[in-house]
Design a protein around this ligand. Structure first.
Ligand SMILES: Nc1ncnc2c1ncn2[C@@H]1O[C@H](COP(=O)(O)OP(=O)(O)OP(=O)(O)O)[C@@H](O)[C@H]1O
Length: 352
């Protein structure tokens, strides 16, 4: 398929606040002072715990929620104040996929995908051609006449994706689209989203509570906690040097590099005489293959023990993550040396 959307759109949240009235009285501040720019053509992940405000933020992009304060812009259009025709136009530019797919059980795959086109009043012959393109794009040509009940979870989500693309949107919103899928199916759906982002050049904004999803697909990430964005930036920058405790706690579950139990159980907050400092060393790109630790021993004579480590891929770049221990008395010197060579370090504690 050679189609490309007119242009990808940016999404800008400008000092956005959203307050809900609680059923029994009082107010919930779901979002507070959220400012975030989603670059056109990027895949941006919003990660946060349950209740952090992710859905509220996402639903503002197509006007399903309106900000109590601040502005949400889709390209140059103010979504929060749009009404009638202007709002319908914005919604046509924004496709959305859902955790539980939201397919109509009484319609076939083709019938589900045709829905938004029928609503938009597109001619029948055009709908048939467009649906054929879309089922092919998501790899469901063989299943076009099946009903949702006859499909696997991954196939249902492919239908959801095709339906979201039907009106050639500039932005695709994903609300926990892989949370109900097994790990293998998750990978195939994420790689389909990546292909779509690359081939059609549309902006993808996704919400998730899984850092693995961010690692596997997002070029940019924003971490939301208690209705506020606590950290955001290119995914590899955030992975290599997370600044906020919430980000670190999401990351600890995803890198797969963990302290061995025999070290973890002995970890202390303060160094003891002749003890070892335990540090995490992270690095990107070419440094992943640089023998920096060997140099540390060779040039400074500091002996390093490797406790755990792995090189993974984040946003198509190698990302190294090592846990090492070295003499605490020379810890500061070693960390300075590593940092001077563009490696990040974080002290995890000390062992006697
Ligand atoms: N319509 C509403 N009325 C009242 N409170 C609401 C409404 N929608 C959301 N909230 C509240 O706003 C806060 C943020 O909710 P939101 O659904 O955006 O979080 P979330 O990060 O998407 O959580 P989850 O992952 O559980 O869906 C929560 O405290 C929620 O209870």
């Amino acid at each position: 398929m050679t189609e490309r959307n007119r242009d990808a759109a940016s999404i800008s949240f400008e000092a956005v606040g959203k307050a809900f009235a609680k059923p029994g009285g009082g107010t919930v501040h779901a979002l507070e002072d959220v400012s975030l720019r989603v670059e056109p053509g990027s895949i941006t992940g919003i990660i946060g715990r349950s209740g952090a405000g992710k859905s509220t933020l996402l639903r503002m992009v197509n006007g399903l929620e309106r900000p109590t304060s601040g502005r949400v812009l889709l390209g140059a259009h103010d979504v929060g104040t749009a009404r009638g025709r202007a709002l319908r136009d914005i919604r046509r530019d924004v496709g959305m996929i859902f955790q539980h797919f939201n397919l109509l059980a009484s319609r076939t795959v083709a019938g589900n995908i045709a829905m938004p086109l029928e609503i938009a009043g597109v001619a029948k012959s055009e709908i048939t051609a467009r649906v054929a393109e879309l089922v092919e794009r998501v790899g469901l040509s063989q299943q076009a006449n099946r009903y949702p009940a006859e499909l696997s979870g991954g196939q249902k989500q492919r239908v959801g994706i095709a339906r979201a693309l039907a009106t050639k949107p500039k932005v695709l919103l994903s609300d926990e689209a892989t949370s109900a899928l097994d790990p293998e199916t998750t990978q195939t759906v994420l790689s389909l989203l990546k292909d779509i982002n690359r081939d059609l050049g549309l902006t993808v904004l996704l919400i998730t509570h899984e850092m693995a999803v961010v690692r596997d697909i997002a070029s940019h990430v924003a971490v939301i906690d208690g209705g506020r964005i606590v950290e955001h930036g290119p995914t590899h920058d955030v992975f290599i040097a997370p600044k906020h405790a919430t980000t670190r706690s999401f990351l600890s579950g995803v890198t797969g590099v963990k302290l061995p139990a025999f070290v973890k159980s002995r970890l202390q907050n303060t160094p003891s005489e002749g003890g070892e400092e335990v540090i995490r060393v992270t690095f990107f790109g070419q440094h992943a293959t640089d023998p920096m630790l060997a140099k540390l021993t060779g040039e400074l004579g500091i002996e390093v023990n490797i406790l755990a480590g792995a090189v993974e891929e984040i946003g198509s770049h190698p990302f190294g993550n090592l846990l090492v221990s070295l003499p605490a008395a020379r810890g500061e010197e070693a960390r300075r040396y590593l940092q001077d060579h563009n490696l990040n370090t974080e002290v995890l504690g000390y062992v006697g």
